[in-house]
Design a protein around this ligand. Structure first.
Ligand SMILES: [Zn+2]
Length: 227
C-alpha cells in the first residue's frame, strides 16, 4: 500500500504495521544520471516491498538529504544533519500513531549516520521499532562508488540515463593513514563519477532491484514478527 494514494478510511482498514520511509537526495550523479537518483532508488525499493507485503506501507519520500559534499555541482540541494534528523524523527514519530515499526529505506550514503541515530532514538523511546535499510549495504556490495556500475545499472532499469555513462575515478574520498583529508566531491572527482559506470547494464539493474525488494520484504517480515 502507498499511503499517499489511499483515503483515511482505507488507511484505517489496512493491516500494515511497518511503515517504509524512502529517504533519498537531490544531488549530482555524474553527467549521465538524474539528480533524483537516490530518491528514485529509495522509492522504488520501498514501493516494491509495500506492493508485495500486506504488512508494509510506503510513506511519502524525503527527497533532500545530507548532501553538502556535492555542493560544487549544479542543482545539488542539501539540508544540515540536524534538520534532516529532526524532520525524519518527527515524520516517524507521527507515523508511530498508526504503525508499530518503521524502516528508513535509504538511497543516499550521506544519510546513513543520521538515520541510524534517529532510528535508535525512536526505538529506545519506544515510539516504534525503527531501523534503516540502505540498499547496497543490504546487498553486501562494497563496490558502490557514486553514479558507478551499480547505481547506473539500477537507473537503467528504473528510469533512464541522460547520456552514455563514462567511467570515473576509482575511489571515493581522500584518506591518509585511514583518516579523511578531503570532504567535498570536487576534490577527488571532476565530473562526480566514482566507479566503472560504462560496465552498467539493465540486466544488473533488474537483478539489484529484485534482490533489494526481496531483502526489504524479509526485513519487514522479521519486524512484523517481533511486534
Ligand atoms: Zn547516489
Amino acid at each position: 500500500m502507498n499511503l499517499g494514494e489511499v483515503s483515511w478510511r482505507e488507511a484505517a482498514e489496512a493491516e500494515a504495521s511497518v511503515a517504509l520511509l524512502p529517504t533519498g537526495s537531490t544531488e549530482q550523479h555524474g553527467p549521465h544520471l538524474p539528480l533524483e537518483t537516490d530518491s528514485l532508488a529509495a522509492e522504488a525499493f520501498a514501493a516494491g516491498a509495500a506492493e508485495r507485503s500486506a504488512d508494509a506501507v510506503c510513506l511519502p519520500s524525503v527527497e533532500v538529504g545530507v548532501s553538502r559534499e556535492h555542493a560544487a555541482f549544479d542543482g545539488s540541494l542539501w539540508v544540515s544533519p540536524d534538520v534532516f534528523r529532526g524532520y525524519v524523527r518527527e515524520v516517524l514519530d507521527s507515523a508511530s500513531r498508526w504503525f508499530d515499526a518503521a524502516v528508513a529505506v535509504n538511497g543516499h550514503g550521506g544519510n546513513v549516520t543520521a538515520l541510524q541515530e534517529v532510528c535508535a532514538g525512536l526505538t529506545r523511546d519506544e515510539a516504534l521499532l525503527a531501523t534503516e535499510w540502505t540498499w547496497w549495504n543490504a546487498l553486501d556490495r562494497d563496490d558502490m562508488g557514486h553514479a558507478g556500475k551499480l547505481e547506473t545499472s539500477l537507473i537503467l532499469y528504473l528510469s533512464d540515463v541522460r547520456c552514455p555513462p563514462e567511467d570515473g575515478v576509482e575511489a571515493w574520498g581522500r584518506y591518509v593513514e585511514g583518516s579523511q583529508v578531503a570532504y567535498d566531491v570536487e576534490e577527488w572527482s571532476e565530473d562526480g563519477v566514482v566507479g566503472a559506470a560504462s560496465e552498467a547494464s539493465v540486466e544488473l539493474g533488474e537483478e539489484l532491484y529484485r534482490e533489494g525488494v526481496e531483502s526489504l520484504e524479509r526485513l519487514v517480515d522479521e519486524l512484523a514478527d517481533e511486534l
